[in-house]
Design a protein. Sequence first.
Length: 112
Amino acid sequence: MHYIYLTIAIIAEVTGTLALQASASFTKLVPSVIVITGYVIAFYCLSLALRQIPVGIAYAVWAGAGIVLVALFGLLMFGQRLDTPAMIGIGFVVVGVFLLTFVSGSVPEKLH
């Protein structure tokens, strides 16, 4: 269940972040409400995930997944392009999260 909470937290945070740009500095009501709601849900679900997942691991996965998803949706929704060094950097983030989550001994065995 803890990874489900973490997944919901990631989705809510990415939704809130994408709506942040659409909110035009909180001058548009609907995107602004989505931002606030998204972040409230994200932090609440992250707090639930932290009952079982160590904070360093949960935050690394949350932040790493958020980076990748916001970059992808930024491209698809806003036409924001990444240059080669940026894509390589995001690739390192993906590899780092994978290593931390599935290879590292830092994650308690029962969480794998």
